[in-house]
Design a protein around this ligand. Structure first.
Ligand code: UDX
Length: 471
């Protein structure tokens, strides 16, 4: 059987809570520590404070096993073999730089409790060079001195697939300077390594860079195909066909080549900005200058989606009822950080549209951050009476919806598919004017006995008998 270690996980947000549960699954004894008492109470009572498929069940199972506990008391970390730092490193409020205050605070609270040999392992995404500074701090402030060692072990998990990505990662990266640190990390991940998962051992700086480089590459791939969508829009070509043809080239591959509204979330956008900022500080800003383009292409998708919806409303959104499907930055998550869907909803609202939002999981978060928008309790309620439907986050619930059933609820059958997630032919056959960025605009099939809504002329949106009064 694998060796059972004693671990502390500092910071029990998305990353930390997932890591704590998964490490207990591997057989280790784990204490999760956070300064947020409410979060800790919730986790200790078996209730995840966020949505992640499958994780809540595992949390309860691990609490039941007796190997997992949660506390706000940092002294509980004392004596553990490894301390994982899992606090957030968000973007600073008024700068592109990463905000390291939570990381520094966590280490300051932890260090006084490190009396014996141990390894402190950073998992947070940080600017290259951070770990070196933290090492010096640790050696100065831990009673164990240099026997408290620092290593870096970046995390690549995706929201919505957090458990799978933690227990079956593509690779493990150990930024570890000493044999002891490498051995301890290998013991911690022994069952995963036994599955054949490759381990890349690096110095501290390289391990910090892996994460920035990986996320920058992924963001670049998404913006690349979205840039091609812009070209398609100017020529009448079809970006979906283009992406399919590119994806068969093994050197390119099809993953992260999905065109649409672009990337959001708590990682990709802030990581490319922080990386650009750090590179400039290091005097090598030119090397990643293209990331500013990647960011700009991504932002343009949001405006272009608003433009397309405005076009469908014949140039004026005032009083037009737009049903926005999706609020989370991606499906299977309740995370709305830098969510493209809500950004677009906000812009539509500002342009005078009556926006009704529905999302299967992110409603509470969305309501808190965007109280000016209207929220519906169900998909059906959101689209009821709508003049334009905008699919902005591709939840399965929306993909599976029947175009005929939806068509009976709306006032006008206009749909913008911001994620290329729907069956365009099925929608057109059901009489919808279906549009998606980067694909040619085709007219819907006329349905006998039904007034066509295709290319809704100005009067159909603006002036019909049951049209909203746009005062
Ligand atoms: C990302 C990285 O994938 C992960 O490795 C890292 O640890 C954290 O950041 P995450 O933010 O959870 O994970 O989501 P991801 O699945 O990468 O999607 C990011 C955004 O890109 C989403 O808004 C998604 O809608 C968008 N996306 C993704 C596209 O627009 N097209 C694609 O082809 C793929």
């Amino acid at each position: 059987a694998a060796e059972s270690l004693s671990l502390s996980v500092i910071g029990t947000g998305y990353l930390g809570a997932t890591h704590a549960v998964c490490m207990a699954m591997l057989g280790h004894r784990v204490v999760g520590i956070d300064v947020d008492g409410e979060k800790i109470r919730s986790l200790a009572s078996g209730q995840l404070p966020f949505y992640e498929p499958g994780l809540n069940k595992l949390l309860r199972r691990m609490l039941g096993s007796g190997r997992l506990s949660f506390t706000t008391d940092y002294s509980a970390a004392s004596g553990a073999d490894i301390h994982f730092l899992c606090v957030g490193t968000p973007q600073e409020p008024d700068s592109p730089a990463a905000d390291l205050r939570y990381l520094n605070a966590a280490l300051a609270l932890l260090a006084p409790h490190l009396h014996s040999d141990c390894l402190v392992v950073g998992k947070s995404t940080v600017p290259v060079g951070t770990a070196q500074g933290l090492t010096a701090y640790l050696h100065r402030n831990a009673p164990a001195g240099t026997h408290a060692e620092l290593a870096w072990n970046p995390e690549f998990l995706r929201e919505g697939h957090a458990v799978e990505d933690t227990l079956h990662p593509d690779r493990l990266v150990f930024g570890a300077a000493t044999e002891r640190a490498r051995t301890l990390l290998a013991a911690c991940y022994a069952p995963i390594i036994a599955d054949g998962v490759p381990v890349v051992v690096t110095d501290l700086a390289t391990s910090e860079l892996v994460k920035a480089a990986a996320n920058s590459y992924l963001a670049t791939k998404i913006s690349y195909i979205n840039a091609m969508a812009e070209i398609c829009e100017a020529t009448g070509a079809d970006v979906n066909q283009l992406a399919a043809a590119l994806s068969y080239d093994n050197r390119i591959g099809g993953r992260f080549l999905k065109p649409g509204l672009g990337f959001g979330g708590g990682c990709l956008p802030k990581d490319i900005r922080a990386f650009t900022h750090r590179a400039k500080e290091l005097g090598v800003g030119q090397a990643v200058g293209f990331l500013q383009e990647v960011d700009a292409i991504n932002q343009r998708r949001r405006q272009r989606t608003v433009d397309l919806i405005t076009e469908m409303a014949c140039g004026d959104l005032t009083g037009v009822h737009v049903a926005v499907l999706g609020a989370a930055f991606k499906p299977d998550s309740d995370d709305i950080r830098d969510a493209p869907a809500l950004d677009v909803a906000r812009m539509l609202h500002q342009a005078g549209a009556k926006v009704t939002v529905y999302d299967p999981k992110a409603m509470d978060n969305a309501r808190r951050s965007y109280p000016e928008l209207t929220y519906a309790g169900t998909l059906e309620a959101a689209v009821s009476g709508a003049e334009i439907v905008a699919l902005l986050t591709e939840w399965d619930l929306f993909r599976r919806a029947d175009p005929t059933t939806l068509g009976a609820l709306v006032r006008l059958r206009n749909i913008v598919d911001g994620r290329h997630a729907l069956d365009a032919e099925a929608y057109r056959a059901a009489g919808w004017d279906y549009r998606a960025l980067g694909t040619p605009n085709q007219l819907p099939t006329p349905v006998p006995g039904q007034v066509s809504t295709q290319r809704a002329p100005a009067w159909s949106i603006r002036g019909g008998t049951d049209a909203p009064s746009a005062e």
